[in-house]
Design a protein around this ligand. Structure first.
Ligand SMILES: Cc1cc2nc3c(=O)[nH]c(=O)nc-3n(C[C@H](O)[C@H](O)[C@H](O)COP(=O)(O)OP(=O)(O)OC[C@H]3O[C@@H](n4cnc5c(N)ncnc54)[C@H](O)[C@@H]3O)c2cc1C
Length: 257
């Protein structure tokens, strides 16, 4: 089975994030594999363990992404591909990333592509579904269980407050939700082996794309941290008076009614 994972390197939102001149100051940020992509990598490795085949992890990023790709190799992936856009593209959005990945997959056969449900930094959850659309394959998002029998997949996925079971044909793209599995930690032998596993690097020029083809569809106008939460107010007195004051506050201060 030809298994691919699309993986994003993200900054760790558990760490302190500093915004300077309308952008995140990356020099102080800690970087990790997007946590939802860890579920995708684990599921890909389990698929290989059950069905045989090869797991390839693909990232659109820069040289720094090599570290996270090596971690994926240490977990058990067989091959990594870095599509390095650092030199050729100054900006990109979900559209850019999806078009670049689609171009890669047009030349690289796959039975299944696994991604994360959402990236914890950008948080749009768009790359997976956009890529599936461009490749014209079925897409199931937020999956919590995956079973493959020959050319058919039976999948459970989250639908607000419930679980839906769907049957789809391969090739397909799925995005992983928390609960799909328990991602393994890279073992010491895994880390040693990862150093010798293939990590292919492609540049934008290696793809049959022009810069115009990947021009962003969105513009970031401003970026700021949410305002600090103010202390709550406790209303006292008769219940009727409290209700009047609450309505007054919601109307005049919070301006929500
Ligand atoms: C050339 C270029 C420059 C960029 N510059 C900036 C910048 O200056 N600032 C900034 O904040 N962002 C930048 N980005 C990132 C971009 O704006 C989006 O953050 C990114 O395309 C994905 O959107 P998202 O984070 O909302 O991911 P989501 O759509 O929420 O991600 C869902 C899933 O899609 C997959 N995925 C997402 N991104 C990638 C990827 N890069 N490679 C492989 N798989 C992926 C993963 O499986 C992930 O779990 C740049 C992207 C490119 C290509």
């Amino acid at each position: 089975m030809n298994i691919h994972v699309i993986m994003k390197r993200t900054f760790d939102t558990e760490e302190k994030i500093v915004i300077e001149n309308g952008a995140i100051n990356e020099s102080g940020a800690a970087f990790i594999i997007n946590p939802y992509d860890e579920y995708a990598i684990e599921e890909a490795i389990q698929l290989k363990e059950h069905h045989g085949g090869q797991v390839t992890v693909v990232t659109v990023g820069d040289q720094e992404s090599e570290k996270e790709l090596r971690t994926a190799l240490a977990m058990g992936a067989d091959k990594a591909v870095l599509i390095n856009t650092q030199e050729d593209l100054e900006e990109g959005d979900e559209y850019t990333t999806a078009v670049i990945l689609a171009e890669f997959f047009k030349k690289n056969a796959f039975d299944i592509i696994l991604g994360g449900n959402v990236a914890i930094d950008g948080g749009s959850g768009q790359v997976g579904p956009r890529l599936a659309e461009l490749l014209d394959v079925p897409c199931v998002t937020m999956i919590t269980k995956l079973g493959i029998h020959e050319k058919t997949a039976v999948i459970e996925h989250d639908i607000e407050g419930d679980i839906e079971t769907v049957e789809v044909s391969l090739p397909l793209l799925v995005t992983a939700q928390q609960g799909l599995n328990e991602p393994r930690y890279p073992s010491l032998p895994g880390i040693m082996k990862a150093k010798k596993k293939p990590l292919e690097e492609l540049e934008f020029d290696d793809l049959a794309l022009e810069k115009e083809d990947v021009k962003t569809k969105t513009i970031t106008i401003d970026m700021y941290l949410p305002p600090k939460k103010e202390a709550g107010k406790i209303l006292n007195g008769e219940l009727e008076d409290q209700v009047i004051e609450l309505v007054n506050l919601l109307h005049n201060e919070a301006k929500v009614i």
